[in-house]
Design a protein around this ligand. Structure first.
Ligand SMILES: NC(=O)c1ccc[n+]([C@@H]2O[C@H](COP(=O)([O-])OP(=O)(O)OC[C@H]3O[C@@H](n4cnc5c(N)ncnc54)[C@H](OP(=O)(O)O)[C@@H]3O)[C@@H](O)[C@H]2O)c1
Length: 270
């Protein structure tokens, strides 16, 4: 299989490659480079992956190039590597929420650049990531798409999108949403402590309840409302809790916070 290079050795590269290690993906195919030697050498030592000398060296060595850098650094890095990109060989993976396929092509001056947008999330770190992908139309071979899927399955699940604009929604629904769930688990843990449980035990109970509930939504193909109803017996304890959640606007707080996240992505793109 072809080699994979990561430009940037920050949170996302660390999460993705750690998840791959957990899932026994062949890490000897991976190269890394970052701005400073410290970051890449640390990640290289921790995960036993190879370092490239610089961004150009990394592109020469690898076929799949992850741009795991902030969007403000895209211009500089793409300008640096554009002369060594071979349009028939290289595949660029753009991870920055606000940087479009068109912008990647304009900056490199390569009209038929093979570039895909990808939006992973932080549970990639434990091999349970969710990545949305949008391929630039009409430039990828079936073999490349298959290889891309294998790479992303190395740290979780993949969902291909039909429209590039849907990447903006993915920021709120899968890339940022672990933060909302962490707040929920923390609050559930506090409530457990309030009613007498040790804190560590409270987090374990809350986290596994969330994992199990999410698994049921994915595996049983049932509407989440139907699953919620099945937990609420008439005059029972759960419906008391649900009533308080509805009174306090739990549902609309989630919808509005995700809308705020989505609007912020749109604002960043202007
Ligand atoms: N965090 C998330 O959950 C998440 C989810 C989906 C997508 N994303 C996107 O993924 C991208 C990376 O995010 P992150 O959280 O990993 O960022 P980060 O932790 O800030 O890491 C950025 C990395 O870019 C490197 N870098 C900067 N300029 C460079 C250059 N000229 N050449 C090579 N490397 C350079 C930095 O090197 P040094 O370490 O040497 O400074 C650093 O290792 C962003 O566009 C972000 O929006 C993030």
């Amino acid at each position: 299989m072809n080699k994979i290079g990561f430009i940037g050795a920050g949170n996302v590269s660390k999460a993705i490659i750690t998840g791959m290690a957990k899932n026994k993906f062949e890490l000897d195919r991976i190269y890394i480079n970052s701005k400073s030697n410290e970051s890449k050498e640390k990640l290289s030592m921790d995960l036993m992956i190879k370092c490239a000398k610089n961004n150009v060296d990394l592109v020469k060595k690898c076929k799949y190039i992850f741009l795991a850098i902030k969007s403000q650094h895209y211009g500089k890095v793409l300008n640096e590597i554009k002369d060594v990109i071979e349009p028939d060989r290289h595949v660029l993976v753009s991870l920055a929420p606000g940087y479009s396929i068109e912008e990647c092509r304009e900056t490199t001056g390569i009209e038929n650049l093979k570039v895909l947008r990808a939006m992973p999330n932080i549970p990639s770190l434990v091999g349970e990531g969710m990545t949305g992908i949008y391929y630039a139309p009409d430039v990828f071979t079936d073999v490349e798409k298959k290889e891309v899927e294998i790479i992303f399955n190395g740290f979780g699940e993949v969902q291909e999108l039909d429209e590039e604009d849907h990447m903006d929604t993915l920021v709120s629904i899968s890339a940022s949403s672990p933060a909302y769930v962490y707040i929920m688990i923390e609050a559930m843990g506090d409530a457990g402590v309030l009613t007498g449980l040790p804190r560590k035990m409270s987090y374990k109970l809350a986290a596994q309840a969330v994992i199990g509930a999410a698994k049921m939504v994915k595996e049983l193909d049932m509407h989440p409302g139907e699953l919620k109803d099945s937990v609420c017996s008439p005059g029972g304890t759960t419906i008391e809790a649900v009533k308080v959640l509805e009174d306090r606007g739990f549902r609309s707080a989630l919808i509005e916070s995700m809308l705020a996240c989505y609007n912020k992505v749109k604002e960043l793109k202007r």
